[in-house]
Design a protein. Structure first.
Ligand code: NAD
Length: 249
């Protein structure tokens, strides 16, 4: 099956990749719903990512800031899966990389920022929920380290949150529209490291399929969309992806 998918990728001209938390676990960042996932081990942690709780409860915000300080993502480096997608771009095949991840590792691996759609935002910036002011996350974390447990916005005193999309928060409509457009015109959609259960973005998979693209899923566990895929490859992403994207000799 790997050889067949490799041949599809060699023949493809416009690949769209959709990545999820599973592509970053080999960099030391746990996913949410995998067997070792943050929510699988501690369902309460989901509260920190829910807008309503975050806005209403200072205790939730204090916990959220502490968990941001401790995030393994600050030390993480891109792995072979991220590097493989950067290779696919260098080969001129990758049209768009839609990522559900907020860790910025695709860009660190060499994927061009203009091809990456961070559909769930980024943890590398903080956003004021009142005035919309954006600040590098590192600066706000310095304030937390200095003793502010729930640092307010320096411009307006509003609540600061990482610039990620929480549950209960809308996606950026322009990003979603761009992702759907890319899915509609691609000839191969590569879904990597996602349970494909978070909507609306998982919806780009059936959009691509209906528009005539091949759909390839690379994931260790079954996903919601395995039935509509042309190929499902199960195994570690860091091993499988490099084998799929290397150019023929
Ligand atoms: P998920 O947690 O729902 O699913 C991850 C999937 O990847 C699981 O099916 C798991 O079995 C698989 N997986 C994990 N490691 C793998 C590996 N090395 N090789 C192959 N498969 C592997 O992820 P999701 O669908 O992306 O949804 C989680 C949401 O949480 C996302 O929307 C994202 O915004 C956010 N999130 C982001 C990060 C990050 O930025 N790194 C981390 C955790 C969660």
């Amino acid at each position: 099956m790997i050889e067949r998918v490799r041949a599809w990728i060699d023949a493809a001209e416009r690949v769209v990749a959709l990545t999820g938390a599973g592509i970053s676990t080999e960099s030391g960042i746990p996913d949410f719903r995998g067997p070792q996932g943050v929510w699988t081990r501690n369902p309460e942690a989901e509260k920190l990512a829910t807008l309503q709780h975050y806005m209403a409860d200072p205790e939730v915000r204090k916990l959220a800031w502490r968990s941001r300080l401790d995030s393994p993502a600050w030390r993480a480096k891109p792995n072979d899966g991220h590097l493989a997608l950067a290779t696919l771009e260098r080969r001129g095949k990758l049209d768009t990389l839609i990522t559900q991840n907020v860790d910025g590792l695709h860009q660190m691996a060499g994927s061009s920022a203009e091809r990456v759609i961070e559909i769930h935002g980024t943890m590398r910036e903080a956003n004021c929920m009142a005035c919309g002011d954006r600040t590098p996350m590192e600066r706000v974390l310095d304030r937390v380290r200095a003793g502010e447990e729930d640092p307010p916005c320096r411009s307006c005193g509003g609540i600061l949150k990482s610039a990620t999309i929480s549950f209960g928060q809308s996606l950026v409509q322009a990003d979603l529209a761009r992702a759907e457009r890319a899915a509609r015109r691609c000839d191969l959609l590569l879904a990597v490291g996602s349970t494909l259960s978070v909507f609306p973005i998982a919806g780009v998979v059936p959009v691509a399929k209906e528009a005539g693209a091949r759909v390839v899923i690379v994931n260790a566990a079954p996903t919601q969309m395995d039935d509509l895929a042309d190929a499902v490859l199960r195994g570690p992403i860091g091993e499988l992806l490099p084998r799929l994207v290397t150019a023929p000799a």
